[in-house]
Design a protein around this ligand. Sequence first.
Ligand code: NAD
Length: 393
Amino acid sequence: MGMMEITLCGGGNGIHVLAPLAASRGYAVNIWAPYRDEAERLQKNAEKARGMQAVFPDGSIKQMPHQISCKAAEVIPGVDLVVIITPAFVHESMLQEIYPLLKEGATLVVIPSRGGLEYPFLSLGYLKKRVDLMGFQTLPWACRIEEYGHRVRVFGVKEFQAVASIAEDPLELYQKLEEIIGVKIQVVENFLSLTLANVGQLIHPGIMFGIVHQYREREFTAEEIPFFYQGVGDSTARILAGLSGEIQMLKDFLVARTQLRLSHVLPLKEWMIQSYGESIGDKSSLKAVFNSNRVYQGLKAPVVEGERGYYVLDKNTRYVQEDLPFGLLVSKGLALLCGLDTPVMDEVITLLQNWMGKEYLLQGELQGRDIREARIPQNYGITSLADFLECIP
Ligand code: NAD
């Protein structure tokens, strides 16, 4: 029997970790890197370095991928397992391109899934091909490429990964993924749980709201750049608690009216304490939990260098560019389907979209000119709670 093949889609940090990791577990690893000249650079640099190397805190792995291509048609057909690791705005175009090439009964894994991943998956017709979908809540590694195609540094590995699936018999797949990725999988009931339990949609837009509210276009010297988590004050903590409360309201509404189980969707403070435990010095309030979490110490607000060596807040940060259209807006879309008011979400979305130069929310509805970018259920023909419940597999 030949080696099992796996195709990884993307060419960023996460792919640099998973490629040598999966190869070290005995897989023939293909990489589909369609973006710019990444495939060419990966090939050239990996060959020069005689393999791609992932440097973990406790050792390193170096392996050569089997095949690298910028063309999906060269590395998708015939493969049983395909893993996408990219920012969320890339998912849909990849899903579209993969669809006609992927073999029936294959498994598609998306890391991290962010909110609403199931909508393009279902609307593209993947179920007809009996393709299984697995979505990870986050990336299992904190990692940065040091030399493209050659070496990536892994700063930390998560112990557990929350994973949801649309699959008839996911247990074997979970086991396989645990083996390849090397982290324990915590099974989450459904994709809706991943959407609602994605705390990035609360923490990042919530704190950005506070920072943008206070500073907007202000210029900072390097020393003046505000702390991101340590800088959470009373008013930002109220916004964070408000966002979390609205997600809990949505959860309670859905649990009460449907058969859905959403036990992973925790209030933010509870989630922080469960996730960071001993790293948090003071658990007395949500503000204290953010201010005193050692893991967050020293992290600054996202900035770019502006004129004359000053820094300004970065409007392209994933904290808004990813966590709104693939996070908070998806939850807002669900709240609209349920007929629930979400004044805090509305306030956060409105301020941030104005600052970013985007328009998602308009007069309380998701009908702004940029709303097509967002992975809200309404963009996939789901316009009522009945539609929504019907489409959940
Ligand atoms: P990354 O930033 O390295 O991804 C960039 C890659 O995405 C590019 O190299 C390219 O391959 C692909 N890409 C970007 N634009 C594209 C386009 N228009 N068309 C096609 N491909 C395109 O991503 P990463 O660091 O591997 O992270 C993946 C996800 O995990 C992101 O959502 C990120 O926010 C999240 N995440 C990353 C880390 C980390 O430590 N790296 C930690 C937690 C979460």
